[in-house]
Design a protein around this ligand. Structure first.
Ligand code: ZN
Length: 770
């Protein structure tokens, strides 16, 4: 009795010791390894929750946001491409703070003659420039596109002192604006509208030499209030060109005077339709309001072509009113063709609208409004019903830019009207993307100046889902038996970026001005990360509920990244700190591999591992109680042939006796009897933990899929071993067989090692989307 007791005590000790030894060994090899674990919670990175923003990720009890209401009179001088405006801003201070001054954004100053925007990047001789770029860089004076401010006055007409710092204007108040109070002031301004096709402005005009007309897409055109909140105070980080906009919500009343033969549409509801529409247009509009399946032409191509020749000296004022929007944009030209249809969302009707010059046809009349309507339905189903009365897609060369209820989109056919698949899909995709921006960031109003991914990444993720659904809804619009060819979203598509040169990759959690490759950084990678989160990590049910919760919590509010990260966990009970840390805070990549596989058989004799352990400590083998061992096969086949592949209960006397003594006949009859035992070692040279998705194939043709949770990497992010058993001989191992994880090197994903070509073929298939 005594002997046995001693043996058990020592075995318990030795198991603990073995486990401990393994952990310390790993620690010694990689100092600080444990502290770098992706599974460490994000307390240091997240700001502490408070009464404005709750730890759950929801707005807190003291959450507030400022309001900026605008009344504006705008006049377009079409001959000189100049825009004039007078605005009254009524600013409501809902913050608990008294404000001594207000910050107003003057975005057009990025194009002022003395703007430093062009000087902020170092340069080298490029591989080559387009003629436009070369002329712009070396042969012309900089365009004079900054704001000219005529005055800043208070409500009674008294001049207010102001200071302009580049794209920001500080208006000093005579007395601080108390918490809860409103302040109204007026600004009069004008600026030269840029040709957006030359200098890649987000708004401006395109000039059509053949008919002498311009098509205007106008935005960032008025001095706009900056955001003041509990996170940044004033968000007055300058507009350098890449970091987009941070804007408070408000109500807008905008009267826009343009040549009488122009067609105009913009943010808000038209207040004087009867004054600006012809009788014919009114009749068509009434029809469009009841057309749910296809658009109705409001201004036809023939009418637009006739208007192109006009150049009226008369003017017309279009009056628009918008409630609870964060911005205002409009498009105007005598070249526009116009079509509209109704979209049913819940019990409301929303108008899907397109405006395009003849240069956009035949592509635009076929697909634009269809894509708008589809986007509203798809995004609404994943978030909340689109709350605005309309969504407009405007054709503009090389543009893809979003504003509340209106956006500019590229996609121009060749002169003869023919177009490539690339042009068609590019156009449908950009429309889905830009209309989709109504949800993020126009309604779920994140700070684009600081976090490009919060709108671009979420929107590109939603775009991917909407594109796939478009392919299902309109199979005739895409290639037979194919999926919609989404450019971003599929895990395999982000591999070239994530496996690229680390010195030109920044974490997603970076300011858009400070990243190297804005496309993959703010669009592709976060979209892919969310797609993988939905399909592979959380599953659709948990993800969709959490994503909807975030959308509802923050619609018509200003969320931060933490509000998103926290809500996704709060609503799902999935710890995602490791995922945010890996995908959003680092530039690590996924690379999982089969490192090694060893085959074992059952034996009653102490195995090599045990023998070595006992020898090292001078413990005699006789101290051991009867045990069952898994012994490794070696190349010489040291196991006796009769032991090979026998059932464990036949091979091991110890096991047989245990079962006879401890189990009923029924239990013995129901026992599993695996014949094959393996130790498989997986490693992860990439450092980004992911679920380890493995497909095991056996000699009898059976296939077993096992998904080990990402937590498998929590103690050792580099290597993990699994012991598996089976009744049939293991013939193959494939990691991530469906290419769900954006694994950058699939040549090490299989055992036995497969030819690289077969993986490559698989990737091609993935891209084709079969
Ligand atoms: Zn975008």
């Amino acid at each position: 009795m005594k002997r046995v007791k001693y043996a058990f005590a020592s075995i318990l000790f030795l198991f603990t010791a073995v486990t401990f030894a393994q952990e310390t060994m790993t620690k010694e090899k990689e100092p600080g390894h444990y502290n770098q674990s992706k599974f460490k919670q994000l307390y240091e990175e997240f700001s502490t929750p408070n009464t404005y923003r709750s730890a759950s990720g929801a707005p807190g009890p003291d959450y507030y946001q400022q309001q900026a209401d605008y009344v504006m009179d705008i006049r377009l001088d079409d001959k000189n491409a100049k825009l004039f405006g007078e605005e009254t801003i009524t600013y409501t201070n809902n913050s608990p703070d008294d404000l001594e001054y207000l910050w107003v954004q003057l975005d057009q100053n990025v194009r002022a003659k003395d703007s430093k925007a062009a000087l902020k990047n170092g340069s080298g001789i490029s591989l080559g420039d387009s003629p436009e770029k070369f002329v712009g860089n070396f042969m012309t004076e900089p365009f004079d596109g900054g704001f000219n401010i005529d005055y800043v006055k208070d409500d009674s007409g008294k001049a207010l002192p102001y200071t302009i710092n580049f794209t920001m204007m500080r208006v000093d108040l005579p007395t601080p604006l108390k918490s809860g109070d409103k302040y109204a002031f007026k600004i009069k301004w004008n600026y030269n509208i840029p040709d957006h096709t030359i200098n890649r402005a987000r708004s401006g005009y395109e000039y059509f030499a053949e008919d002498g007309n311009r098509a205007y897409v106008i935005a960032q055109f008025f001095p706009r209030m900056a955001v003041y909140n509990d996170v940044e105070g004033w968000q007055n980080h300058q507009f350098w060109g890449n970091g987009e906009f941070a804007l408070p919500f408000g109500d807008y009343e905008v009267n826009i005077t343009v040549p009488a033969d122009h067609i105009l549409d913009g943010t808000g509801v038209l207040q004087n339709r009867k004054e600006v529409y012809s009788k014919e247009m009114m009749a068509r509009y009434e029809k469009a309001k009841k057309s749910y399946d296809k658009p109705v032409i409001i201004v036809s191509q023939a009418e637009a072509e006739a208007a192109e020749k006009g150049f009226s000296d008369k003017a017309k004022t279009w009056k628009l009113k918008a409630e609870n929007v964060r911005d205002f944009g409009f498009a105007t030209s005598r070249k526009f063709i116009w079509d509209m249809q109704a979209v049913k969302l819940g019990n409301r009707d929303v108008m899907a609208v397109s405006m395009y010059p003849k240069e956009g046809n035949p592509l635009w009349e076929e697909y634009s409004t269809k894509a708008v309507a589809h986007t509203l339905k798809s995004y609404s189903s994943h978030t909340f019903d689109y709350p605005y009365p309309k969504a407009i897609s405007v054709h503009a060369k090389r543009q893809g830019m979003e504003y509340p209820m209106i956006c500019w989109n590229y996609g121009r056919p060749n002169k003869d009207g023919s177009y490539s698949d690339r042009t068609k899909y590019g156009m449908i995709s950009v429309i889905i993307h830009e209309v989709g921006h109504n949800f993020f960031p126009m309604i779920v109003n994140s700070d684009e100046r600081q976090w490009g991914w919060m709108d671009e990444g979420l929107d590109t993720f939603m775009q991917y889902m909407a594109e796939q659904e478009f392919g299902e809804a309109y199979p005739e619009a895409i290639a037979p038996n194919a999926k919609y060819p989404s450019r971003r979203g599929d895990p395999a598509k982000i591999v070239p970026y994530m496996s690229g040169d680390q010195s030109t990759i920044a974490p997603i959690m970076s300011n858009p001005e400070n990243v190297f490759q804005l496309g993959p950084n703010a669009y592709g990678k976060p979209a892919t990360a969310l797609n993988i989160l939905r399909e592979t990590v959380m599953g659709r049910e948990l993800f969709d509920h959490a994503f909807k919760t975030y959308s509802h919590r923050w619609k018509f509010k200003h969320p931060t990244p933490e509000d998103f990260f926290r809500t996704m966990e709060d609503a799902s009970a999935v710890d995602l700190d490791w995922y945010w840390r890996g995908w959003f805070y680092t530039t690590d990549y996924v690379d999982m591999a089969v490192k090694d596989i060893k085959k074992y058989y059952v034996s009653d004799q102490p195995n090599k591992k045990m023998k070595a352990y006992l020898a090292e400590r001078g413990i005699p083998e006789s101290n051991l109680p009867p045990m069952v061992y898994l012994e490794e096969y070696d190349d010489a086949g040291m196991v006796s042939p009769e032991l090979k592949n026998n059932l464990p209960s036949e091979t091991s006397k110890t096991l047989k006796e245990f079962m006879m003594d401890n189990m009923t006949a029924a239990e013995r009859a129901a026992i599993k009897e695996p014949k094959y035992f393996y130790e498989v070692t997986y490693n992860s040279p990439g450092g980004l933990p992911m679920p380890l998705i493995v497909e095991y194939t056996y000699a009898d043709g059976s296939v077993k899929n096992v998904t080990y949770p990402p937590e498998i990497w929590r103690k050792n992010s580099k290597e993990v071993s699994m012991v598996i058993s089976s009744t049939s001989e293991l013939k193959g191992i494939q990691i991530d067989p469906k290419m769900e994880t954006a694994d950058i090197d699939t040549t090490n994903n299989s055992w036995p090692k497969k030819e690289q070509e077969s993986d490559f073929d698989k990737m091609k298939e993935g891209i084709k989307g079969e």
